[in-house]
Design a protein around this ligand. Structure first.
Ligand code: CAA
Length: 257
């Protein structure tokens, strides 16, 4: 499928998806969301792709939902098109997903970054939830993922003041994994993606599932689920390969089977 608002580059085993509406700072219009979630569903199904980098390019990640598109809508319009529920293929993406963020990641843009598994931030990155300035609140997970990631008080600060935090502060509160010079952001994210893509894909999938489960379940349930995934992985060829490669002092080669 050809896309108008995003670019998709596959360089197996990784892929890079770039938001591409620079004139409106990659504002997340319904068409962009449809393209992005369609592309992600395709990449999730593509066995040659083992990790994905999501970026907005060199200057901006995304300045949030498209305000022009929302300004005159009513609640029923919003409910019927389920604007923020449409992010499910991103939140439920089964492979490691790495956000490479330069410049503004605001509103829905910040929430998209928070749905990713790792975040590499350029020094210019700014993470914020300015919805309060528009008379609304975040609608794509911001009020839930910020406190689970950075704690209550930082979450309250960004929600209530609407002011973004710098890349360095985001690093200090555990929101991002690395801060790098802006011109290096995508490259560092790709390096991380390649590193992850060398690992056993089913193990990566279950590790990701396990960590996400920790946000959603009591400890005993999360531990039970982890144990099942752990035992399941002993049914895979990659477990045999990984352990025998270790014993034979060679590097494992994983097939995702
Ligand atoms: N929606 C639509 N258009 C947007 C936009 C958005 N979220 N953000 C920026 N743009 C447009 C601007 O209207 C402007 O268009 P024109 O050139 O046609 O005037 C263009 O992008 C460039 O923006 P600015 O001139 O404003 O650039 P700036 O550098 O002066 O400021 C900014 C940058 C601080 C990010 C500012 O654009 C801004 O505050 N944007 C809105 C951020 C925001 O409120 N995001 C939350 C949206 S609500 C949401 O996301 C809900 C949710 O949870 C799902």
């Amino acid at each position: 499928m050809g896309y108008e608002h995003i670019l998709v580059e596959i360089d197996a085993p990784i892929a890079t998806v770039t938001l591409n509406r620079p004139k409106v700072l990659n504002a997340l219009s319904p068409d962009l969301i449809l393209e992005l979630t369609t592309a992600l569903s395709e990449l999730d199904a593509d066995e040659n792709v083992r990790a994905v980098v999501l970026t907005g390019g060199p200057t901006v990640f995304a300045a949030g939902a498209d305000i022009g598109d929302m300004a005159d809508r009513g609640p029923v319009d919003q409910l019927l098109r389920d604007q923020t529920g449409r992010w499910a293929p991103l939140a439920g993406f089964s492979k490691p997903l790495i956000a490479a963020v330069n410049g503004y990641a605001l509103g829905g843009g910040c929430e998209v970054a928070l749905m990713c598994d790792l975040i590499v931030a350029g020094e210019t990155a700014r993470f914020g939830q300015p919805e309060i300035n528009l008379g609304i609140i975040p609608g794509a997970g911001g009020t839930q993922r910020w406190p689970r990631t950075a704690g209550k008080h930082v979450a309250m600060e960004v929600m209530l003041t609407g002011a973004p935090v710098t890349a360095q502060r985001a690093y200090e509160v555990g929101l991002v994994n690395k801060v790098v010079p802006a011109e290096m952001t995508v490259e560092v994210a790709r390096r991380l993606a390649r590193q992850v893509a060398e690992k056993a894909p089913l193990a990566a999938r279950m590790a990701k599932e396990g960590v996400l489960k920790a946000f959603e379940s009591p400890l005993s349930e999360g531990l039970a689920s982890e144990r099942k995934s752990f035992y399941f992985l002993f049914a895979t060829d990659d477990q045999k390969e990984g352990m025998h490669a270790f014993l034979e002092k060679r590097k494992g080669s994983f097939k995702g089977r």
